[in-house]
Design a protein around this ligand. Structure first.
Ligand SMILES: Nc1ncnc2c1ncn2[C@@H]1O[C@H](COP(=O)(O)OP(=O)(O)OP(=O)(O)O)[C@@H](O)[C@H]1O
Length: 267
C-alpha cells in the first residue's frame, strides 16, 4: 500500500464509516489485574473522532495499563473493546496498529541514526522497482510536515539525533498523519519540553484532532490538559472517576477527581 498525503484524504479516511452516534472506540467494563494488584476496575470510556480526550489521574491510577489495553499490549481480564461498534480483540500491538491505532510513547520509538523521512517511513518504506524510493518518501514526508504547518524542522534529511524533544514529537505526530492513523494515543507528550516547545506540540495535537483523528493524551500537567483537551477523563485507583467536556470542569474539580475520586464542582 502506498501512502497518500493530503488533508482531505486524511479527514475522509478518519471519518469513513464512522457514525456520529458510534464512537470510534468504546471501552466497556474493562478490568485488569496483575496478581493482587487491581490496576483497572470496570472502566467504560468512549473515544470519539475529531476530539482530544485527556486521560489523567495520580501516579498508579491505571493510565498506562489502560492505554496498553488499547494498544494491544495488555489483554483485559474482563470487558471488551468496540471499534466503530464492533467488538475487537487484540492478540498483540500489530492487531491494534492494523486498525489504525498509533501509540506515541514518552521515549518515542525513533531511530537516532536515521533521518526524519526515514523515521517517518520506518517499517513501511516505499519501493520503486524493488528499490527504496527515497525521493518519493522525502517528498511525502515534507508534504506531511507542511500540511501540519511544522516549521521547526529545516530538512527531512536531518538526523533525528540532532532534533529537540519538541521536534521529535512533531516527527512522531507527522508519522501518524502520514499513515492515516485513526486513533493516536500520546503518553505525556510534553513531559520533557520547555514552554515554547510545549505550545508547538499542543498546537500540533489540536491539528491532529482537527483532521478527524481521535486523540488520547495522557498528562499530569493540568495546564496542558485544559489547553489541549475537549474532554477530560480522570482515573482514580483504577476506576474511571469521571469523563466530562472541559467546559464542565475547572482545575479544582479535576484535582478532586484525581485525589478523591469525586467532586461536587462539576457542571
Ligand atoms: N506489569 C505490571 N505488573 C504488575 N503491576 C503492574 C504492572 N503494570 C502496572 N501495574 C500496577 O498497576 C497499577 C496502575 O499502573 P499504571 O502504570 O497504569 O499507572 P499510571 O496511572 O500510568 O501511573 P504513572 O502516572 O505513575 O505512570 C499500579 O499499581 C502499578 O503498579
Amino acid at each position: 500500500m502506498t501512502a497518500e498525503v493530503g488533508d482531505r484524504a486524511a479527514v475522509d479516511l478518519a471519518y469513513a464509516g464512522t457514525s456520529p452516534d458510534v464512537p470510534l472506540l468504546r471501552l466497556e467494563h474493562l478490568s485488569k489485574s496483575f496478581g493482587a494488584v487491581q490496576a483497572l476496575t470496570d472502566v467504560t470510556l468512549d473515544v470519539p473522532v475529531g476530539q482530544v480526550t485527556a486521560l489523567t489521574g495520580d501516579n498508579g491510577a491505571g493510565k498506562s495499563v489502560l492505554i496498553k489495553c488499547i494498544a494491544g499490549i495488555h489483554r483485559p481480564d474482563e470487558g471488551r473493546l468496540l471499534w466503530e461498534g464492533d467488538e475487537v480483540s487484540f492478540r498483540g500491538p500489530r492487531d491494534a496498529a492494523a486498525l489504525g491505532i498509533e501509540t506515541v510513547y514518552q521515549d518515542l520509538a525513533l531511530c537516532d541514526n536515521l533521518d526524519v523521512a526515514q523515521n517517518m517511513f520506518l517499517g513501511r518504506e516505499r519501493l520503486r522497482h524493488g528499490l527504496l524510493d527515497h525521493d518519493a518518501m522525502e517528498q511525502a514526508a515534507r508534504e506531511t510536515l507542511a500540511s501540519l504547518s511544522v516549521s521547526t524542522i529545516a530538512s527531512v534529511r536531518q538526523r533525528v539525533a540532532s532534533l529537540s524533544g519538541g521536534q521529535r514529537q512533531s516527527v512522531a505526530i507527522a508519522r501518524s498523519v502520514l499513515w492515516h492513523s485513526r486513533l493516536v494515543i500520546m503518553d505525556e507528550p510534553t513531559a520533557a519540553l520547555g514552554v515554547a516547545q510545549t505550545a508547538v506540540v499542543l498546537q500540533l495535537i489540536r491539528r491532529l484532532a482537527g483532521r478527524g483523528v481521535a486523540v488520547v493524551v495522557i498528562s499530569h500537567n493540568l495546564n496542558d490538559v485544559f489547553e489541549v483537551a475537549d474532554r477530560i477523563a480522570v482515573l482514580y485507583l483504577g476506576r474511571l472517576a469521571g469523563v466530562h467536556p472541559v467546559a464542565e470542569l475547572d482545575r479544582r474539580a479535576v484535582v478532586e477527581l484525581m485525589t478523591t475520586g469525586r467532586s461536587d464542582r462539576i457542571g
